[in-house]
Design a binder for this molecule. Structure first.
Ligand SMILES: Cc1ncc(COP(=O)(O)O)c(C=O)c1O
Length: 387
């Protein structure tokens, strides 16, 4: 008799991002589907980890991460944003932002709890919440002008709303929440006990002089907000699995139990690498990363515009949603496959970021590629499109 699989596993499906990455590898194409940042890893980060391994720092750490890394994260928030964070009480280091989000959500949500998610969404948020049995409601963020449907949010909120999840800057459309918008979320939640969970992993990727605003700086949300972020993107270490959550002390105590249960601890020597990196890297580094990606954004968006794949200019993160209506195909899945066949450039169908009634005329491209690769992608698109 074969092993019977759980009902739970049926909730999860292979993500279109992974699917397109596999199709791209098979076609030997340029993978603009997956959100891997092609920066070089900072030397201090790599050397810190190498040294830690050589020094024998290869055993379990505390379940919530090393004291040194929690402290370094607190210092970063004080330096960048003027926020005081208590490292031992309020910082949880986990297996990437993904692990931090999972542990934090397990700490505050029960099956049947109501959660509001904005569309377009980051697929892991939806899948995590669904796997926990939450009831999801969706509120739209306009692709055309990045505005939030606040009337929709007000309508969706109910006394049963336990959590509102935002992603700022937003993968896939690149929306960056303004101070007014974050204040408005705070205003709508005033008097409730709804928690705002903000995934801020692209905090350093903001363009045209915009400033990233952490959710916990909104005074009315200070006690009821959780920030999730990490180092995968900014240090180009997606495979290291080091991220964190900053959460109220009581929530952290609960989240640590799950972090311990699922991961035991984040990878020991890699925590040291990140700690060394945080200490050594100056503000210039972050500014240069933003400037470099702004240049790539502008280059790639200009080409999309030229060939008729009209882009939604992102304000942050390193993805762009573009209109693929002119590419042959019955829906966006067929269109991105056609695009891959014809140009060797892989993108993600836009419907991957929506619930069932979402759009099917868009695709997401990741422009965080090394310049020669990005240029090659631009050339291929220009040469072989429009179709
Ligand atoms: C919004 C968002 N959050 C989290 C992650 C994953 O972060 P990590 O590698 O730290 O788990 C990604 C990666 O694409 C992302 O886009």
């Amino acid at each position: 008799m074969p092993i019977t699989l759980s009902r739970q596993q049926q909730i999860l499906h292979q993500s279109p991002i992974r699917y397109m990455s596999i199709a791209c590898a098979r076609a030997g194409g340029i993978n603009m589907a997956q959100g891997i940042c092609d920066l070089d890893i900072p030397a201090e980060v790599a050397e810190g980890a190498r040294q830690a391994i050589a020094d024998g720092f290869n055993i379990y750490t505390a379940a919530d991460g090393t004291a040194a890394l929690k402290q370094a994260i607190a210092v970063k928030y004080a330096r960048h944003y003027g926020i005081a964070v208590e490292p031992e009480e309020e910082v949880l280091v986990s297996a990437g932002a993904t692990g931090a989000f999972y542990a934090a959500m397990l700490a505050i949500l029960d099956p049947g709890d109501e959660v509001i998610l904005f569309t377009p969404y980051y697929g892991y948020h939806k899948s995590t919440l669904e796997s926990l049995g939450c009831r999801l409601k969706y509120v739209n963020i306009s692709l055309e002008d990045h505005t939030v449907d606040f009337a929709g949010l007000q309508k969706a909120l109910s006394p049963r709303t336990k959590v509102v999840v935002i992603n700022n800057p937003l993968n896939p459309s690149g929306k960056v929440f303004s101070q007014d918008e974050l204040n408005e979320i705070g205003r709508l939640l005033a008097g409730s006990d709804t928690t705002v969970v903000s995934d801020e992993i692209y905090e350093h990727f903001v363009y045209q002089g915009r400033k990233h605003i952490p959710i916990s700086t909104v005074s009315s949300l200070k006690e009821r907000s959780i920030i999730v972020s990490g180092f995968s993107k900014i240090f180009s270490i997606t495979g290291w699995r080091i991220g964190y959550a900053m959460l109220p002390a009581e929530v952290k105590k609960a989240a640590v139990k799950f972090n311990d249960l699922v991961y035991v601890c984040p990878p020991a020597p890699l925590q040291t690498g990140v700690t060394k990196g945080l200490a050594a890297i100056t503000m210039d580094y972050y500014q240069n990363v933003a400037a470099e990606h702004e240049e790539k954004r502008d280059l790639f968006c200009a080409v999309l515009e030229k060939i008729g794949l009209t882009p939604i200019i992102p304000e942050g993160a390193y993805y762009v949603m573009a209109d693929i209506s002119l590419i042959p195909g019955n829906d966006d899945r067929e269109k991105v496959m056609h695009l891959l066949d014809r140009t060797g450039v892989a993108a993600v169908p836009g419907s991957a970021f929506y619930n069932s009634d979402g759009r099917t005329d868009m695709a997401r491209f990741c422009f965080a590629k090394k310049m020669p690769v990005l240029q090659e992608a631009c050339e291929r698109l220009e040469r072989r499109l429009p179709v």
